[in-house]
Design a protein around this ligand. Sequence first.
Ligand code: ABU
Length: 530
Amino acid sequence: MHCGPIRMWLSCGSPFPCGCHRQCRCWMVVWRGGLVPDLLPSKEGKGLTRCFLLQIVDILLHYIKKTFDVKSKILDFHHPHQLLEGLDGFNLELSDLPESLEQLLVDCTDTLKYGVKTGHPRYFNQLSSGLDVIGLAGEWLTATANTNMFTYEIAPVFTVMETVLLKKMYGIIGWREIEADGIFSPGGSISNLYGILVARYKRYPEIKTKGMAALPCIVLFVSEHGHYSVKKAAAILGIGIDNVIEVKCDERGKMIPAELEKNILQAKRKGQTPFCVSATAGSTVYGAFDPLHDIANICEKHKLWMHVDAAWGGGLLLSRNYSYKLSGIERANSVTWNPHKLMGVPLQCSAILIREKGLLEACNQMQAGYLFQPDKFYNVDFDTGDKTIQCGRHVDVFKLWLMWKAKGTCGFEAEINRYMELAKYFYKVLKKKDNFKLVFDAEPEFTNVCFWYFPPRLNLIPEGFERDQELQKIAPKIKAQMIVEGTAMISYQPCGDKVNFFRMVFSNPATRQTDVDYLIDEIERIGKDL
Ligand code: ABU
């Protein structure tokens, strides 16, 4: 059966390309009448559904091919007002009458056209990048199944699959299955929220019924390079961001254990009650790994919950060469690990792992009678929905499971090792260039490489405030030009007393050394006259 373009069927009125005249007539009636097209579950809708979905697949395949074509633009940038006003027939406004299937196909094409190809070899903008074809297939299947993770009853395969993946992750961290628990959540921020929520519940189970009024002034600790979601969690949980104590880091962005201990003692002296430390394994900007054993020793000494935000760095556990960087993670009470970052799983895929069975459920359980009936005929341990802070929960596990099947642990390891090698290569090239300056003049600890570009003009200005004022403007200008031309995407930020610098990260399987060389040339090309 062959499906030609729907556009052709409409204009020539010829028999339906899949050979079904009846469905073709249905289509024409629909088209002229402006009624909802005759797709499944309509009795006659099988042929048209097939043709429509094959057209969608064609659109997606065309996009995927362009994504991996290094010569194609990463994006066709337009300002928000232009998208709102409408572009070449791409109109975001919603109408009262139904649009034709033909128009929907055009809308799908345009949605991709004006978006960003995050799988492009020169997309370095975020920690999550790349487009894994197996993961994509997993996401398609997940959307087709269109179920909810709250009960085994409606997600039998996915709920059991989740336990298999969690068990694998506990084992990699170094926990025994019988002592561990976990759940997939909508992103690293929510996983960190879970870590802090459970930490507080463990210490003060009365929080669930009595609220914060029943608790003393509790405080938690995170490094000054830790993710902002820790503060956000404190705000959401009613702890308050003033009660998140930021611990000083060394020049590489690692928490200084002596500073942590000093802060804990200071808090106690002030009458505050420390309950949790959130350590970081792979900080967002510098890619720093906190000294986890030292932090674990301090947590044990002061009886504090140790959470490790390994959203970014967790994937490194799969590399036998580099997993030592997370040594001590096995001593954590909870861990955030996002397979959608270093492991390249399509967004979103994040896990919160807790080293105590039953705690997640005890903390979050509400026993909604309409979902979690205890008298079901199967093992209700697999009705995991009462462990979560959500009700409805998206299936995020299948794409990860399918990718793990396709690559094996060794496949993830090889990819991650390659990113580490690319980061070292990038560092070595930059080190040799006079017009680039590394934020740290030492081999990268992770795949993050932070650097400034100095246009020749800036070399005439002596080091100091005035030069920093000028340097601050360089990275945003270079990035803006790259976006407008669609040639590459890389992030930048200021950090502490350091003015805007670029952050390169490697987590994109499509990136090759030639793309790294290209990025450097591109920065020089755009930046030299700034
Ligand atoms: N921590 C969220 C992701 C940040 C980034 O992609 O740069």
